[in-house]
Design a protein around this ligand. Structure first.
Ligand SMILES: [Zn+2]
Length: 255
């Protein structure tokens, strides 16, 4: 399971609440599935049980947000188009699932069911929903394109580097807090991507931090320079996202 942590601002990678809850971590590796209780045991609820469930309202809101993201968000539309072009069309009802999750996890991609999980209890608004959805669809894209083995630490590191690179770390933010030189900005952007990828790995894998850092470093150069299917990094600004979407129309088939 590749998961992403809840990010209220969509971009920062310094929040302390991204740690996996120690009480939930078992000695046995389960690759993050414990965050998604409904993945392990499909709860068989009757219609009335579901209607009366307090999860129902947040599930409805989540599904409405997903629909809006699919129709309007350029990052999500680009990912859906790219997946389709690679032979993995996205059916909203089949491949995207809004579920309650444990801790502060905001989403994940489950390769066993080919489903993106969105954590309805942890995603606060539409913008966060679109960002999490685009992040998880990128994992789905890597799985579709390159058959990523999420249980392989280096594979996981690579896809998390790519997601952080294209969806989370803003070059503008790196510029704002960095030195006013191109060198400083580039360094800071790479550091942001490394940190974000590391946090994402540690959220789902019960491995020593050093081991995760080594995996990130080993694959960093290759995975950082691979910006498919976006073609460019740093999607914090909508104009950039829309531009990428327009460019992608030339080689991907979507509305
Ligand atoms: Zn991720």
């Amino acid at each position: 399971m590749a998961a992403s942590s809840n990010s209220k601002s969509n971009s920062t990678d310094t929040e302390a609440d991204k740690k996996s809850p120690k009480g939930l971590v078992t000695d046995d590796e389960d690759y993050g599935y414990y965050f998604y209780p409904e993945r392990e045991e499909k709860k068989k609820k009757s219609y009335f049980e579901r209607v009366l469930s307090r999860d129902d309202a947040s599930n409805f809101t989540c599904r409405m947000n997903v629909q809006t993201c699919m129709e309007k968000n350029p990052m999500v539309k680009l990912m859906v188009g790219a997946l389709s072009s690679h032979g993995c069309p996205v059916d909203m009802k089949r491949h995207i699932s809004c579920e309650p999750c444990l801790a502060k996890v905001s989403g994940g991609f489950d390769p066993k069911t080919m489903q993106v999980v969105l954590c309805q209890n942890n995603i606060q608004n539409k913008d966060v929903c679109c960002n999490v959805l685009a992040h998880e669809l990128l994992h789905a894209f890597d799985f579709c394109r390159a058959k990523v083995d999420f249980e392989n630490l280096r594979h996981l590191a690579c896809t998390e580097i790519r997601a952080a690179n294209m969806n989370h770390c803003s070059l503008a933010a790196a510029y704002a807090i960095g030195e006013a030189s191109l060198f400083g900005v580039k360094e800071r952007h790479q550091l942001c991507v490394k940190n974000k990828a590391l946090q994402s790995i540690l959220l789902v894998r019960n491995v020593p931090k050093e081991e995760a850092m080594i995996a990130v470093d080993e694959v960093f150069d290759r995975c950082y320079s691979d910006t498919e299917p976006y073609g460019r990094r740093c999607f914090k600004s909508m104009p950039r996202a829309k531009r990428a979407l327009d460019e992608a129309r030339n080689y991907y088939d979507f509305d």
